[in-house]
Design a binder for this molecule. Structure first.
Ligand code: SF4
Length: 226
């Protein structure tokens, strides 16, 4: 790992100039309302906890499909647990009005790709790779299935850099120009407070590590099991 580059990144994340992606989301929604349109949006979702507020935010403005492509999650039981909790939550709150797609799970191949970056701290290049990989899978699916927009719920997380996620979205929108990227910053303007309220209201399972085997091992170290 390049420590200097990492420290420079942290400094920029804290103090550097920022694009207001929350405002971009509001502007896009206003334009859709004026045009009286409700387009199709494919939403990459990593778990029920992170999905709660983005779903509430988007549901009146888009016809939503959730895309749960999270082969990063280790072990498989955890992947299934988050998936089943998402299904329970969506059925309870949205019934059949929100559809879901579950592509094949392959954590072995995924981990092989992350392995060269295994010593990176969380929130650095291994994670950037992981965001982009899952977002690109979703973008490809959105393109192949004629969606109008694609976005991810991941900007709700305090640990995840919204600027970076939106930059990845922008890059992918150039690679897959048939589908627009919906810029967003779900953690802003009370998003995290609402997220926590939804977690409480629906008693959602709240995992204590991000997902991959490396974040799992870090968590195990913290709780003293290694
Ligand atoms: S910590 Fe989370 S975002 Fe980072 S590589 Fe692991 S699963 Fe992906």
């Amino acid at each position: 790992m390049n420590k200097e580059a990492y420290l420079a990144y942290l400094e920029k994340r804290k103090h550097g100039p920022k694009v207001n992606y929350y405002q971009k989301a509001i502007d896009e929604i206003q334009a859709l309302e004026e045009a009286q349109q409700k387009p199709k949006l494919l939403l990459h979702v990593c778990c029920a906890v992170c999905a709660g507020w983005p779903l509430e935010f988007l549901k009146d403005h888009f016809s939503l499909t959730l895309y749960y492509n999270n082969s990063n999650i280790y072990p498989k039981e955890e992947y299934e647990r988050r998936k089943n909790e998402l299904i329970r939550f969506v059925h309870e709150v949205y019934g059949e009005s929100v559809s879901m797609v579950f592509p094949a799970y392959d954590n072995v191949s995924y981990t092989k790709e992350l392995e060269p970056m295994k010593d990176d701290p969380e929130g650095w290049e291994r994670c950037f790779y992981c965001y982009e990989k899952r977002m690109e899978e979703a973008y490809r699916y959105a393109t192949e299935h004629d969606y109008d927009y694609m976005t991810t719920v991941m900007s709700i997380s305090r640990q995840k850099d919204s600027q970076k996620l939106n930059e990845i979205g922008e890059k992918l929108s150039k690679k897959y120009p048939k589908v627009k990227y919906f810029y967003s910053d779900f953690k802003k303007k009370g998003g995290q407070i609402r997220r926590d309220e939804i977690v409480k209201e629906y008693d959602l399972y709240h995992q204590d590590y991000c997902g991959c085997i490396y974040s799992y091992q870090e968590r195990q170290k913290k709780i003293g099991n290694q």
